[in-house]
Design a binder for this molecule. Structure first.
Ligand code: GLU
Length: 484
């Protein structure tokens, strides 16, 4: 048997093809929440296309009518937009292209490359029980069955030879044809299996590089066999990107891990931070720097540099990235980005004061890791009374005997001192000194009494914005509470 033509495709240098312009596709199945792994696959496709000045197709693989829902498609499209990953063509919906898959199946049957099979699962299992190689045994190969009810169409896998999958990330695994069963391409209800739909579309759309999750690697030999049988010419180059794992080294799962892109977005992760972090899952920009701009990523991205080993999705590192990206925003950008989060603050609508927020915003910006943390940092300004965090209140520095004296003295001094952060700082330090306490210890009960929390923006700036009377009133109430 003559070797398949793609066995001779060189592995090196194949991520920059000379012949056709690069054309990739992102092909999600809308069967659930959009997963960070899907986002990483989309990003790698996008970076590769942009690096080569090529194009990216968005193809929604919605052939599984039972599991697909419109809301998931909407979620995917929204998430890609949020991440700033635009596409040049599509979205195509496979559900609208079934005629193409049916035509391809007919052609394979007419050419003798596929045959109908009426074996029930039970009959097949009964026959193959004692055979060590799993899969279909070819029982219907030469029975000459025509299409009919209860009959599936199977691909006639060559008995001899092998197919080499050219994978830029994984090398060139060879699959012996005799290990590949005669697989179903059209189910008995006439729906195509997804490998057929993928191949037909990749051919029709002129896809040059298939970049997708490594779980699809085992399907690739079947895809290549179909590609050859359908006369598709040079097949695409493959790149199977590594699986994402959690801290325990287990594949990320919806049930166990925080994997929904939507959830990160809702918690106030910035798309820039997310994009940068996702790019590092299996890839590293040259030079060891990890925080890099999108343009730098586009310039440096090469599929050959993607690693094949599982990539650890480290939520803590992502959080750290996010904090860094938040700090890098301009003050105006930070205020703008915080907007939707402030709408969900715990204060009464109408009690929010933009001017007050603007003053503290740069200080808050330095201290939050997600935008979702912003409202709690400033709510003391907009609530009539601070929400007391009981854990903070219970600390010894608040409950201890010195606290009462500090709060009493501070309240007195705050009645007449200048109402500026600098003056408040000075006065509080002096009060602390009188009680043999450093500034940190002296300001702690004041912070908890006035803001309700033990962390937040710098205290004296916070007090300046809150104002003299509300501050003194809160100190009074805290003293009352300590007495009780
Ligand atoms: N629709 C498949 C998925 O969401 C991807 C298939 C492919 O990229 O070839 O996993």
């Amino acid at each position: 048997m003559t070797p398949s033509r793609w066995e001779t495709v060189p592995v090196e240098g194949d991520s920059a093809p000379a012949s056709a312009p690069v054309r990739v596709r992102f092909a999600p199945s809308p069967t659930g929440i959009f997963h960070v792994g899907g986002a990483r696959t989309a990003l790698f496709n996008w970076l590769f296309a942009r690096h080569h000045g090529g194009s990216m197709v968005l193809r929604i693989e919605d052939t599984d009518a039972e599991r697909n829902q419109e809301q998931w498609t909407v979620g995917i499209v929204d998430a890609l937009r949020w991440l700033g990953l635009d596409w040049d063509d599509g979205p195509y919906h496979q559900s609208e292209r079934s005629h193409l898959y049916a035509e391809a199946a007919e052609k394979l049957f007419a050419d003798g490359r596929a045959y109908y099979c009426d074996c029930s699962r039970e009959a097949r299992d009964e026959r193959t029980r004692h055979i060590p190689t799993p899969g279909y045994d070819g029982y219907c190969r030469d029975r000459g069955l025509t299409p009919g009810e209860g009959r599936a169409l199977r691909f006639r896998t060559p008995d001899e030879g092998s197919t080499t999958v050219i994978d830029v990330i994984r090398g060139a695994p060879v699959f012996e044809h005799h290990t590949v069963e005669d697989f179903v391409i059209l189910r008995s209800n006439e729906t195509p299996i997804f490998i057929l739909a993928v191949v037909v579309d990749d051919m029709a759309m002129g896809i040059t590089h298939v970049i997708r999750g490594e779980e699809h690697l085992p399907n690739t030999v079947k895809a290549l066999l179909l590609w050859g049988a359908l006369g598709g010419g040079d097949p695409p180059v493959f790149a199977h990107v590594p699986v994402l794992v959690n801290q325990a080294g287990k594949k990320l799962s919806k049930r166990r891990d925080k994997v929904a892109l939507e959830q990160y977005r809702e918690q106030g992760y910035l798309p820039e931070a997310m994009r940068n972090y996702l790019a590092l899952l299996g890839w590293a920009p040259p030079g060891g720097r990890e925080v890099v701009s999108l343009d730098e990523m586009v310039a440096a991205f090469r599929l050959e540099d993607v690693n094949s080993s599982p990539a650890f999705f480290d939520e803590r590192k992502l959080l750290h990235f996010n904090a860094e990206y938040i700090r890098a925003l301009s003050a105006t950008e930070f205020v703008g980005a915080s907007g939707t989060f402030l709408e969900h603050g715990s204060w009464a609508p109408g009690d929010f004061d933009f001017a007050a927020f603007d003053v503290l915003a740069p200080l808050v910006q330095e201290r939050v890791r997600t935008l979702g943390e912003v409202p709690a940092m400033v709510e003391f300004l907009f609530l009539p009374e601070p929400r007391i965090d009981e854990k903070a209140w219970d600390k010894r520095v608040v409950r201890g005997p010195a606290a009462k004296q500090i709060l009493t003295a501070a309240r007195e001094e705050f009645a007449s001192c200048a109402w500026t952060a600098a003056a408040l700082h000075q006065v509080t330090a002096a009060v602390g000194e009188r009680h043999q306490l450093g500034l940190a210890k002296a300001q702690f009960p004041v912070r908890v009494a006035v803001t309700g929390r033990d962390v937040g923006p710098p205290l004296f700036e916070s007090l300046e914005v809150l104002g003299r009377e509300p501050t003194r009133e809160r100190l009074r109430r805290a003293l009352e509470r300590l007495e009780a």
